[in-house]
Design a protein around this ligand. Structure first.
Ligand SMILES: NC(=O)c1ccc[n+]([C@@H]2O[C@H](COP(=O)([O-])OP(=O)(O)OC[C@H]3O[C@@H](n4cnc5c(N)ncnc54)[C@H](O)[C@@H]3O)[C@@H](O)[C@H]2O)c1
Length: 437
């Protein structure tokens, strides 16, 4: 394929060199004349292991050249990859001026173009940027319609500086956000020799995955550093701690605990967070990430409360209130906090949780249920149906198997608030609200 690559920074340089190496005909475009010259001389404008040799090879073979002339580049290519910078403005917002400028230039070139063209954004951009900035600039300057006269999609780059060539050829996955199936079919052809799964999704989802990834990477670094700082103060080898920590690929380094939903609770996490934060204070070690976790968790309970209040109905049926299905443990259950707040605000509650009901009869928590939360215990009903009959709003608090049948009992006037994503793939609508979907 014939590609133009806009922006000869890290991402543009690696993309241009690697796609040329894959046999594509690549024109790299930059406003910086010096970078253009460096490429055309067969050298690399960036310092990166292996890139100098690669650029020398592909320039010699004629598969890569560079120019400052964006019009000529678009005219002679089928796909434009946009790799320009998206830095921060002084207030932290995203500076989109380079993206806008490039889209205006590509748009102007598309004005006179009769053959099809696909604009692939590789720069990191917040969700909604393609829709609100990229498409309008392209459409305005081309006089044409995105999705009809030309294609637009996003293919975020996940390379790391220092190992970018290795990352390019061995990514975890290739991600493509495209709202039109024809476009979604074209771009994966660029990656046909790369062995990695290709995920095709909506434009906004792909835009967001990139931010979720970078935020998580940053969180991991700060988390490890804070644990390291506490370790040092306690004369413990932080690297040994984290090495063993990383051996747990079931809970620690895994997809476990990474599903958006309700607050955590239970007998361990809240108390252990409190203890380590207290210890850090004693040691004079600042741990802003660890200190932010419990407040963030409380926020999620507030969010659920706001959802209930938002419906404006008074009779609430709670389905599941132990911190997870299959247990009757109610210690620090965020559902108990939510229920108590609702009772305090005058809501009428009917509650069903099979495991807690059994626990009330003969479980280890019998005493806690009877003495610790008698006000909640007396609101408990014996079946799912009883709760549904008495309620205007159904609040789902855990994923007990029987709750999957809920829809068959619901009346047309009832609404559901889901804190656990009981119904896979369902998004909020007139009768259903998910806490974060
Ligand atoms: N650097 C990384 O490791 C990395 C990794 C993944 C994603 N990203 C994202 O990729 C994007 C690019 O990052 P980078 O570090 O390669 O950027 P960079 O700042 O190193 O390079 C951007 C290039 O774009 C050029 N440019 C600006 N306006 C132009 C125009 N109108 N026409 C042509 N060229 C133009 C600049 O001259 C510069 O050479 C950013 O959104 C970044 O967040 C970066």
């Amino acid at each position: 394929m014939r590609l133009s690559v806009f922006g000869i920074g890290y991402v543009g340089c690696v993309s241009a060199a690697c796609f040329a190496n894959e046999g594509h005909e690549v024109i790299a475009v930059d406003v910086n004349q010096a970078k253009v010259q460096i490429i055309n001389q067969g050298n690399s404008p960036i310092v990166e292991a292996g890139i100098g040799e690669l650029i020398s090879d592909v320039v010699k073979s004629g598969r890569l050249r560079a120019t400052t002339n964006s019009q000529e580049a678009v005219k002679n290519s089928d796909i434009s990859l946009v790799c320009v910078g998206t830095p921060s403005n002084p207030n932290g917002s995203l500076d989109l001026r380079y993206v806008k400028r490039v889209c205006e230039e590509i748009g102007a070139a598309l004005k006179t173009r009769t053959a099809g063209h696909v604009v692939v954004i590789r720069s990191t951009m917040l969700p909604g940027t393609i829709e609100n900035t990229v498409m309008p600039a392209l459409e305005k300057h081309s006089g044409k319609k995105a999705g009809k006269d030309f294609g637009v999609c996003i293919n975020p780059e996940f390379l790391r500086e220092g190992t970018s060539l290795k990352d390019f050829y061995a990514p975890a996955f290739t991600l493509l956000g495209a709202d039109h199936p024809e476009i979604a079919a074209i771009v994966p052809q660029l990656y046909q020799n790369i062995e990695a799964p290709v995920f095709i999704t909506s434009v906004k989802t792909a835009e967001m995955v990139k931010y979720a990834s970078n935020c998580f990477h940053a969180l991991k670094v700060s988390f490890a550093n804070e644990i390291g700082n506490i370790c040092k103060a306690l004369n413990i080898d932080s690297h040994e701690v984290m090495k063993i920590f990383c051996e747990d690929t079931k809970l620690n380094l895994s997809s476990y605990y990474l599903k958006p939903g309700f607050a955590f609770g239970g007998s361990c996490l809240p108390k252990d967070l409190r203890a380590i934060n207290y210890k850090a204070k004693e040691l004079d070690v600042e741990v802003p990430v660890l200190a932010a976790i419990l407040p963030s968790n409380r926020n999620q309970i507030e969010r659920a409360l706001d959802l209930v209040i938002g419906w404006g109905k008074k009779r609430i049926g709670v389905l599941g209130f132990s911190f997870k299905a299959g247990t009757d443990d109610l210690r620090e259950s965020p559902m108990v906090t939510l229920i108590e707040t609702l009772i305090g605000k005058g809501y009428e509650l009917a509650i069903y949780d099979r495991d807690v009901s059994l626990g009330r009869l003969f479980g280890a928590n019998k005493e806690y249920i009877e003495r610790g939360i008698p006000h909640i215990s007396q609101l408990m009903r014996d079946s799912l149906q009883e709760v549904v009959e008495d309620s205007e709003v159904l609040l789902i608090g855990n994923k007990a198997a029987e709750f999957f049948e809920l829809e068959s009992y619901l009346r047309a006037d009832q609404v559901v608030i889901d804190l656990v994503r009981l119904f896979e793939g369902r998004t909020s609508d007139e009768r259903y609200r998910g806490i974060c979907w």
